[in-house]
Design a protein around this ligand. Structure first.
Ligand code: SOE
Length: 393
């Protein structure tokens, strides 16, 4: 129930699979933990099957159900459209929602192509002029340790940045019999590990450094070229295979080196074939005055090496990012009690609602999402011709 003393903003969400479930959790909990100027209400959930969407809405806490996103956008009780569908529908829904005066939160990667992302970014720019805002959901920016890393880089504690070393390692499709789910199909996902998890490390690297990737040289590989077809709309679940087989037309892994505009050298690795690594988003940054290191599998920790100390004293030390002074942490548990994956989405909902309520553009913007999309495209261009260094357009 919304608090009586606060205005409300109605959310209409499209999609209720993994991302829809975690976004629902964020909308359900955000105003219980953060003192927001407005209270988000879970107005309506949209999915294609009436039966399944009704069941999901009941489980996840949505007040009403729609089966066509156009009807969702038309609803008077929907002020914000939250897009949790595969990338092939992002552009159409986001552009229509913004045109209808609804704020938009859109899952990553922003789109499946640069052309779509450009159109979305243009629509967001036009909407912002009317006080209607859009944000792309790079949730890992909202890990307290990642936000702290950014703060320290901004404060100059690392000095001049020399190296960015980023990896996103998963292993959920190592088994060649894991089915051809939508994340492994180009027409729905746009690309494979590259867009799904590579997009996250591109954004995380640019976020922490405050810099952008200027050019890349890349390799991609599809290790398993055929898989059993999946039951309709299977996500990360491997037990829904049929007896038919289909071609995997996306990358299983993408590796690239890059140069940051500010001069740092960067390397990136995104793979779903790192057996034993479940959700290991790692980043290490080396500067003239020190280094930072983070691994999402230990997401409450940030490692810091202060290179200005004498050799005898220096060395990486572990900071438990759960103190009230740390980003987002004061809203939660006493020091040392730690947060999880879902909290990053709660923080995302908080930051988005606060920006919309204050009438300021939320971050990361669709423009930021477009920049990531351009890096993804440059990686694919470079990987198609391995001799090629590709400038990010
Ligand atoms: C699957 O690879 C996935 O769920 C991604 O789609 C998410 O963006 C990432 O946070 C976790 O892994």
């Amino acid at each position: 129930m919304p608090r009586d003393d606060k205005p409300t903003l109605g959310i209409g969400m499209v999609g209720y699979a993994f991302m829809g479930r975690v976004h629902s959790q964020a909308w359900r909990s955000v105003s219980a933990f953060f003192d927001l100027p407005v209270t988000p209400t879970m107005a309506a959930l949209c999915g294609r099957s009436k039966e399944r969407t009704t069941a999901a809405a009941a489980d996840l806490g949505w007040a009403a159900v729609e089966t066509d996103w156009r009807d969702l956008i038309r609803r008077d009780d929907v002020d914000i459209v939250d897009i949790c569908t595969p990338g092939d529908s992002h552009a159409e829904i986001a552009i229509a929602a913004l045109a209808a005066g609804k704020h938009v939160l859109c899952e990553k990667p922003l789109a499946n192509t640069v052309a779509e992302a450009e159109a979305m970014s243009e629509a967001a720019r036009a909407a912002a002029a009317k006080g209607v805002y859009a944000m792309v959901a790079f949730n890992y920016r909202r890990v307290p340790a990642v936000a702290l890393a950014r703060r320290w880089v901004e404060e100059g504690r690392l000095g001049e940045l020399r190296h960015v070393r980023a990896q996103y390692l998963q292993d959920w499709i190592v088994d060649p019999e894991f089915p051809l789910v939508w994340r492994l199909q180009r027409d729905q996902a746009g690309s494979g590990a590259l867009g799904d998890i590579g997009a996250h490390i591109i954004d995380t690297a640019e976020f922490i450094t405050g810099d952008v990737i200027a050019g890349v040289s890349a390799l991609t590989e599809t290790f398993v070229k055929e898989r059993p077809l999946a039951e309709a709309s299977a996500g990360l679940v491997g037990d829904s295979r049929t007896s038919e087989r289909g071609t995997v037309d996306v990358d299983d892994a993408a590796l690239f080196i890059g140069r940051m505009r500010g001069g740092a050298l960067a390397s990136f690795e995104a793979t779903r074939f790192a057996a034993g690594r479940k959700n290991s988003l790692r980043i290490e940054i080396n500067g003239s005055k020190g280094s930072l290191a983070f691994d999402f599998e230990a997401m409450n920790e940030l490692w810091f090496h202060d290179h200005t100390l004498s050799g005898a004293e220096a060395g990486f030390r572990r900071i438990l990012v759960t103190e009230p002074e740390h980003p987002y942490a004061a809203a939660w548990w006493p020091p040392g009690h730690g947060l999880g994956y879902e909290h990053t989405f709660t923080h995302e909902a908080k930051d988005f609602i606060e920006a919309v309520a204050a009438g300021v553009a939320p971050s990361p913007s669709f423009e930021d999402g477009l920049r990531v999309q351009r890096v993804l495209a440059a990686v694919e261009t470079s990987a198609a011709d391995e001799s090629r260094w590709t400038v990010v357009s």
